[in-house]
Design a protein around this ligand. Structure first.
Ligand code: ATP
Ligand code: MG
Length: 701
């Protein structure tokens, strides 16, 4: 189904029989025939013989002659008649023009005033007012005071003049090497010295073009938040999030679950000396620059410890619900677990311990007495936290047991030594300086995996919170009072990657200081599982722009969207024809602007857009792998894949790791003597290696 047919509706069955089309066809043919006479007249005029037009009585004979190939019949042509070739060539051109104009007029009539009009969709002017480049131009001084601020206008507590002075100071300092300001960015780079030529991409991200109504490019200002909903393969990543990321002029946080999506953009985001760092706990993309993060760093501050612990445990909710726990129970234990984890992080930071020590406590929380001891006796410890810790772990047995399990789930990933080694600092592997990376317009990728056995959500949520807090601190320190250019948080697969508990409040507050949010989810229910019905609804309601792809099978969501879009009052005409009589009556009815099934039928590369207070519209999107630029992007992706493949080849293969492990066990006398389950009581360990199945002795398979 084409978007045009989605956008049109035939409100009434028409009483047309064969008479009306026949009449219209006859009228059109008469016009087409008259065009022959016009062609003859024009040919005379063009060849200097004057306008050759027959008198009224001779009009039909002249037309008949032209139709049979005779030129000049019935006209006064003292200087002779023009050549038939010229007359019929002109006639051909005019007929084609007439045909094109007729098709255009019928289509226009059909979609604007005719029965094909879709009532209730945004008009072109409404779409442009909310998503046009003109709007970006109007808000450019607010979003990019560094580029477009007017002297004397206050932005975030600074006038543009003050800001410019600060920038000059900063660029002088960078010239002397005192500060680190990279080329092409950020607070105080290219724009120093005056207002810049306006480019929409510096103020917003491109959404595509308007299909219904037909408009030019649509833009979403960076100070507006966006949510994208669409089933697998509908184009959320390639049609919306990736194009926005590629064009984003500032730093970005990207969550994703597919290596291909990472490799598609990583080279582009690295251009111009911009840094990238990839958190890749599962080692899916070896060889890319790694993000190294210390979960304990900064937890001397009890606020940091609390926020971090809550982020970690929030990531367990989805897994717990998926595993059959009730939604509210999962949230309760997440909160209890956070009390334990915040105490552990705080105690570890206060005593210079590392994540390894925290894991030691987490492995057996009810036996670990040291953290409580530290919190009770350390003078800098947050008061009463030892009590919180004790209460969470030593109340009712069942509750305390579930709390301990939740804490273990929150840090489960770190119990895998290779995963921990990849993400946390170690000898020669300092933690990534996130503040510097953001200042330099870098990109932080958090690459997760939608895996029920090993969810990266707790870790990714905690790091995402930390990154956003770091960006917020950078915004507060900026002379403009906001991040310039804006920081883009591109939260793809939000429910599977980093279901930030703070997302709603961040979207409400931080978009105003230069943090821009786009999140994507496959279904509405996924968000409900992560956030609970009320929070998910609040998140949805707070999002400025909702883009929905077709193909979604969640009937309730489609119905709610249809209700949200609302109804439009249209007039109904009822025709009646009886024996010897005919009648027409009119009435008004409220019809849904888009019915739920029409939302599901939206075609590929199109999205229904509900933006702010505008009526809905349908946007045609640009897939980032299309065209010349897309081919270049795919080429870069292929090259990046080759690099990752080569790096993977350098990793020790599984059989080598198995052999090494068994050899170590052998040296330590840990290998079993007989086959597993053999009679003889408990498993005994000895010097012989035995391979189950009895075929391993000679090393063949
Ligand atoms: N390299 C490629 N070449 C051609 N088509 C591709 C390529 N990569 C993806 N596609 C197609 O583009 C479409 C959109 O993919 P995209 O990854 O944007 O979907 P999505 O909505 O993000 O899905 P998911 O929820 O699974 O991430 C899919 O139908 C996919 O088959
Ligand atoms: Mg995707």
């Amino acid at each position: 189904m084409s978007p045009d047919s989605i956008a049109r509706r035939r409100p009434d069955p028409l009483p047309w029989g064969w008479e009306v089309p026949l009449g219209a066809g006859f009228a059109w043919l008469s016009l087409a025939a008259a065009t022959l006479l016009v062609a003859q007249g024009a040919a005379g005029f063009l060849t200097g013989r004057g306008w050759l037009w027959p008198d009224s009585p001779r009009l039909f004979p002249a037309l008949g002659a032209l139709l049979t190939g005779r030129v000049g019949v019935g006209v006064e042509a003292a200087a002779g008649v023009p050549s038939p070739a010229l007359v019929y060539a002109l006639a051909g051109v005019l007929e084609l023009l007439l045909l094109a104009a007729s098709i255009w007029a019928v289509a226009r009539f059909w979609t604007t005033v005719g029965t094909g009009r879709r009532h209730g969709m945004a008009t072109r002017a409404e779409a442009k007012a909310i998503l046009g480049a003109g709007r970006l131009r109007r808000v450019r001084g607010l979003i990019r005071p560094d580029l477009y601020g007017r002297g004397g206008t206050r932005f975030g507590g600074f006038t543009a003049i003050e800001a410019r002075t600060a920038r000059r100071r900063s660029s002088r300092a960078s010239a002397t090497g005192a500060t680190h300001t990279p080329a092409g960015s950020h607070d105080g780079g290219a724009a120093a010295g005056g207002r810049e030529k306006f480019t929409p991409a510096s103020v917003g991200w491109r959404l595509g073009v308007g299909k219904v109504p037909r408009t030019g490019p649509l833009w979403v200002p960076f100070d507006r938040t966006a949510g994208v909903y669409g089933p697998q393969g509908s184009g959320k990543t390639l049609d919306l999030l990736t194009p926005a990321l590629l064009e984003a002029p500032g730093a970005a946080l990207v969550t994703l679950t597919k290596v291909d999506d990472l490799l598609l953009t990583i080279d582009h985001r690295s251009t111009g000396g911009r840094p990238v760092a990839v958190l890749d706990p599962f080692g899916l993309a070896p060889g890319v620059p790694e993000l190294v993060w210390d979960p304990v760093a900064g937890c001397v501050d009890s606020m940091v410890a609390e926020r971090r612990a809550k982020a970690f445990t929030a990531g367990t909710v989805k897994g717990a619900v998926a595993a059959g726990a009730g939604d509210s129970a999962a949230r309760f234990y997440a909160a209890e677990g956070a009390k334990v984890l915040q105490a552990y992080f705080h105690a570890a930071a206060l005593t210079g311990r590392s994540i390894e020590h925290v894991l030691e406590w987490v492995a057996n929380p009810r036996e670990a007495t040291l953290p409580e001891e530290i919190l009770r006796s350390h003078p800098n410890a947050a008061p009463f936290w030892h009590g919180l810790l004790h209460g969470a772990l030593h109340g009712d047995d069942r509750t305390a047991g579930n709390t301990a399990t939740t804490v273990q789930q929150a840090l489960a990933l770190f119990f895998q030594e290779p995963l921990r080694a990849r993400c946390t600092p170690g000898p020669g592997r300092p933690a990534t300086d996130l503040a510097d990376l953001i200042r330099r317009g870098g990109t932080i990728y958090l690459l997760g995996r939608d895996d029920p056995y090993a969810s990266a959500s707790p870790l990714m949520t905690a790091i995402a919170e930390h990154v956003l807090d770091t960006a917020l601190a950078a915004a507060a320190a900026s002379p403009h009072g906001r991040l310039c250019p804006s920081f883009l948080a591109c939260l793809d697969e939000l429910p599977s990657t980093a279901p930030l508990p703070t997302l709603r409040t961040r979207m409400a507050n931080e978009r105003a200081v230069g943090l821009s949010f786009i999140y994507a989810a496959q279904t509405w229910r996924q968000l409900v599982i992560c956030y609970g019905e009320d929070e998910a609804r609040a998140l949805f309601g707070l999002t400025n722009l909702i883009a929905v792809f077709g193909g979604g099978k969640d009937g309730i969501f489609n119905r709610e969207l249809s209700e949200l879009i609302g109804t439009s009052r249209i007039s109904r005409t009822t025709y009646s024809r009886g024996r010897g009589s005919a009648g027409t009556s009119f009435s008004g009815v409220d019809e849904p602007i888009l019915r739920p099934e029409e939302i599901r039928l939206l075609p590929e590369r199109h999205a229904l857009v509900i933006a702010e207070n505008a009526k809905p519209l349908i946007a045609k999107l640009t897939r980032c792998i299309d065209g010349k630029a897309g081919r270049a992007l795919l080429g870069a992706q292929a090259a990046a894949k080759a690099r990752v493949g080569a790096a993977r080849g350098r990793q020790a293969p599984m059989f080598a790791r198995t052999t090494a492990a068994v050899e170590t066990a052998h040296r330590m006398d840990l290998t079993p003597i007989g086959p597993a389950g053999s009679p003889g009581g408990p498993v005994s360990y000895g010097a012989e290696v035995s391979v189950p199945g009895g075929r391993g002795g000679d090393g063949s398979w």
